[in-house]
Structure formats: structure tokens, C-alpha cells
Design a protein. Structure first.
Length: 260
């Protein structure tokens, strides 16, 4: 797709967490415009801090209202749908969709039901913080008990590179982040040999998805795969004209086995 065609596509809105100074976002990060073939609009959510979103438990109405207000602002600016920049926002998926004027996809975790249906065994969810990702978030995307039994959550180390980047404002070293994520995935496989696929919760993880797949040989789903799927439904593809349209007008011959 050419840059002109990309520019002319309707934009997707992105809810951004409230950082004092945002982290580095390379291609592959959902808030880097080079990640997608469609344009993005950005809106920072007031008080949508990592502390409130990841460590703050269930959202109160005031914080939820800030996210809804940001969705409404993106709608006014021309967005046809809204994504977010943290998988922990799964907890408000149903609540925010009720009030947003356009569809909202809050989290890569929305893909879990699909992945469970196309995979065997256990699905490993790799997350920024395993101590805080749980029932609140899985209930937010309406996962039932049977689905939950096939999910295992594996979290990044408290002293690891990803938390250094996000919590401490440390340098972003792509090689270190990739190493951490590959080790996390391989450790998950050592703990559970029935794992058949990975779902990456955190929006900083997609640049490492290919390395995880190459190292483990397993399918990997992240927020970028979710967003591309989300947008494809909001704006259907236009296919080339059928050069053989007239051939479709013929009446097909059918054998006895087809006629039953």
C-alpha cells in the first residue's frame, strides 16, 4: 500500500497512558505510526497512569469517565474505532464500549477465545505483571471458567528490563527486552509442555513477537495482531474487479452425489 493510500484511510484512535515523558516506541509498538498501514490519532487519558491502570485495581467511575471522554474526543476528530496502550484495560472493555460512540478494543487479551478455539492444550499469557493480572481483567472480556482453566499467566521479573523501562524510566535497549521476553516464553514452556500458543498482554511486547516465535516455534498473538483484525472489520478491503464475472453466470453441472 502506498503512502498516499495509507494517508487517505480513515484513522484509528489510540488512548495513551498518562506518562510525564513517554517511553521510546519503535516500529512494532502500537503507538508508532509505522506499525500500521492506516493512520492513528492519539489522545492522552487524564490520570491514566501505570499506577492507576495496572496497580490500582478496579476503576472508579471518575477514571472510567476519563477514558470515555477521550474516546468521544477521538470520535470528534474522525476516528472510526479506538485502541488502547495497555492490556490491563481489559477490565473496562464492556463498561467503556457501553458509553463510547465508536467501537473500542481495549486489550490483546480479547484474542484469547479465538486462540483457545484454534489451539490445543494451554495458552500462555505473557504479561507485564502477573501479580496484578487476573479475574478482574478476564471477567472484563467475559472469559468463562472453562476457558480460564486453559490459560496460564507468566509475568516479567520485577528487576527485568521491561519494568525498568516503564516504571523507572530506564533506557530502552531493544536487545535486552527481546532477551527477557524470549527467556520468559521459554521458561513458560519448561513449566508447561502443553502450551500451544502465546498471547502477549503488554503493548511494549510486539517488537519481540517474532523472536519469541522463532525461539519457541509456537504461534504468537499480540496487540498488533488484535488491532489489525479490529481495523479490518471497521473498514473492509476493496478487492480487484472480477475479470471472469460472466463465467459465474453459467449453471453448474451437478452429479448425483451433490443432489443427494
Amino acid at each position: 500500500m502506498s503512502p498516499i493510500e495509507t494517508k487517505d484511510l480513515p484513522p484509528l484512535g489510540a488512548l495513551c497512558l498518562d506518562y510525564t515523558d513517554d517511553i521510546h516506541r519503535p516500529p512494532g509498538d502500537p503507538l508508532n505510526p509505522l506499525t500500521f498501514e492506516f493512520p492513528l490519532l492519539y489522545e492522552t487519558v487524564r490520570d491514566g497512569t501505570v499506577r492507576n491502570v495496572v496497580f490500582g485495581g478496579a476503576f472508579n467511575e471518575a477514571l472510567l469517565g476519563n477514558f470515555v471522554d477521550a474516546c468521544k474526543e477521538l470520535y470528534k476528530r474522525g476516528a472510526i474505532g479506538v485502541i488502547t496502550s495497555c492490556g490491563f484495560l481489559a477490565q473496562i472493555q464492556q463498561r467503556i464500549n457501553e458509553e463510547s460512540p465508536i467501537p473500542v478494543a481495549t486489550s490483546s487479551l480479547l484474542q484469547i477465545p479465538m486462540v483457545l478455539n484454534i489451539s490445543k492444550g494451554t495458552i500462555a499469557v505473557l504479561t507485564f505483571d502477573s501479580k496484578n493480572l487476573g479475574d478482574l481483567h478476564f471477567s472484563g472480556i467475559r472469559l468463562h471458567e472453562e476457558q480460564r482453566r486453559r490459560i496460564k499467566v507468566f509475568g516479567c521479573r520485577d528487576d527485568g528490563h521491561l519494568k525498568s523501562i516503564i516504571i523507572d524510566g530506564g533506557p530502552y535497549v531493544a536487545e535486552e527486552l527481546e532477551k527477557e521476553m524470549v527467556e520468559l516464553a521459554r521458561d513458560a514452556l519448561r513449566q508447561d509442555k502443553t502450551i500451544s500458543a502465546f498471547v502477549l498482554e503488554c503493548t511494549q511486547m510486539p517488537p519481540t513477537s517474532k523472536a519469541i516465535q522463532m525461539s519457541t516455534g509456537k504461534p504468537v498473538y499480540d496487540v498488533v495482531t488484535m488491532i489489525n483484525h479490529f481495523y479490518s472489520g471497521l473498514l473492509q478491503s476493496v478487492f480487484m474487479d472480477d475479470e471472469h464475472k460472466q463465467e459465474g453466470l453459467r449453471v453448474r453441472e451437478r452429479s448425483a452425489k451433490e443432489k443427494g
